[in-house]
Design a binder for this molecule. Structure first.
Ligand code: GAP
Length: 441
């Protein structure tokens, strides 16, 4: 392992580039600060993270449905939600070196941590990105890139509830891009200006809010553990009263022990009836629902687990990273949960002759036809190809060797313990499917 936690982050950033997980955006133009692109392995990993979230939050639940709202919304949405007035960070500038900082991230708000120069007084900086709708760039055409997906759920609340005939308690989930003009983005994909969220608003009877708050706290913590994060690297941290967002009665962060310290992965907030009431007031259309039990209209309370797809992907990457052995035998492994692995099974002919590549290709095609993410690797020594797959986090390798050409069997190698066993070539796909199922993928 690298010597320090900082070295670990540098190593992971360079592994991500070398293996095609994550690249700096617009790199050939010297990059665009805080923007990152996912390469072939990274896009699969992130899609698998989002898929695992969607499966846990929507597909396997009777009480939650999904939606996909647009990024641009009516500007009044952000007045009602409080973002136009209150979605600000305190910004200070250094009078000497002109560096900018978030005042709430500094211990000494008077002195520049870079050059020791004097800092300005803090001023409020709104984090929403502005743009114009249509050809005329004036105030009336101003629209905002959404800073959270949540508001798309609140404004659609009645549409979704009525179309799906949902009764309390129920949830609406959404994944999608959000944008924040962060003052100090950084730590790779941890804090960026464009990122993807995975949010669910769970609507319940006001008197049940504390029950559902506890419920979602546990569910969300356990989701990360189930998908491979080690228990010792995950914790829950309750927000202090003065940390709470303007809409929240309570909030807890799921935190991960990143190489740069414990930091938020996801927030679970009790948003009360704040948003539904505000949108009713600002739009003039009530978002209260008729409750059959009490025979009156009520505004449900909302419990919101709000996660970041990029942050979760980074945490899964960091947690999966392991180095084994010494010197020539040293190898890097990404021990992803098989559900998250970009490639599930690689097919490797031992040598590039004697009919082995053709036989390997047949198995590869079989796996492809079964919709399982696979990769055919023919070049280099077998040891280096295994190492390459370990580094990509591939849980299984299927090898075609000289025995395969005699008795039509192949070996299956498990990434985590390097155990190998033989199966009939014709049942290799079935075996991979069984292994994945047993691993919960
Ligand atoms: N709707 C509530 C909400 O947006 P949040 O805590 O501000 O709450 C939720 O954001 C999650 O979105 C965070 O826990 C984080 O995972 C992700 N997120 C927020 N800002 C981010 C940023 N600048 N870069 C990457 N992810 C971010």
């Amino acid at each position: 392992m690298p010597d320090t936690r900082n070295d670990l982050m540098t190593t992971i950033v360079s592994l991500c580039k070398r293996r095609g997980f994550i690249f700096q955006s617009s790199e050939i133009y010297d990059g665009l600060n805080s923007c990152w692109d996912y390469g072939p392995l990274g896009v699969e990993l992130k899609r698998n993270v989002k898929e695992a979230w969607w499966k846990a939050m929507v597909t396997t639940r009777r009480d939650i449905v999904g939606q996909d709202a647009s990024i641009l919304m009516h500007p009044r949405v952000w007045e009602a939600s409080g973002h136009l007035q209150g979605f600000t960070d305190p910004l200070v500038d250094c009078r000497e070196c002109r560096s900018r900082f978030r005042a709430d991230h500094l211990e000494d708000t008077k002195t520049c941590p870079k050059c020791g120069g004097e800092l300005t007084d803090a001023r409020k900086f709104n984090l929403m990105f502005k743009t114009f709708m249509g050809p005329v760039e004036d105030r009336s055409a101003t629209v905002y890139l959404r800073p959270e997906t949540a508001q798309g759920i609140f404004v659609n609340f009645l549409n979704v509830q009525q179309a799906s005939r949902l009764k309390l308690p129920f949830g609406i989930a959404q994944t999608g891009k959000s944008f924040r003009n962060e003052i100090t983005p950084g730590n790779f994909t941890y804090r960026t200006r464009e990122f993807e969220q995975m949010e669910m608003e769970f609507f319940c009877y006001p008197q049940d809010d504390e029950h559902w708050y506890e419920y979602w706290k546990n569910e969300r913590f356990n989701w990360y553990i189930k998908n491979g994060i080690r228990n010792e690297n995950l914790r829950l941290r309750d927000h202090e009263k003065d940390e709470l967002a303007h809409y929240a009665k309570a909030c807890v962060d799921v935190e991960y022990k990143f190489p740069f310290g414990w930091n938020e992965l996801e927030g679970i907030a009790n948003r009360t009836d704040f948003d539904l009431k505000k949108h009713s007031e600002f739009s003039g259309k009530t978002l209260a629902i008729f409750d059959e039990e009490s025979k009156q209209h009520i505004f449900p309370y909302v419990i919101e687990p709000a996660a970041g797809a990029d942050r979760a992907t980074l945490a899964f990457l960091v947690d999966a990273y392991a180095v084994e052995g010494e010197g020539k035998n040293k190898r890097t492994i990404l021990r992803f949960h098989p559900a998250l692995s970009p490639i599930k099974a690689a097919v490797l002919p031992l040598v590039k002759r004697d009919g082995m590549p053709e036989k390997a290709e047949k198995i590869y095609n079989d796996i492809l036809d079964n919709g399982i993410a696979t990769f055919l690797d023919i070049n280099l020594s077998i040891g280096r190809r295994y190492a390459r797959q370990d580094e990509a986090g591939t849980p299984y390798c299927i090898t075609v060797d000289s025995q395969s050409m005699e008795d039509d069997t192949v070996t299956i190698r498990r990434r985590d313990n390097r155990e190998q066993f033989r199966v009939n070539a014709g049942s290799a796909v079935e075996q991979i499917r069984k292994e994945l199922k047993e691993a919960g993928a």
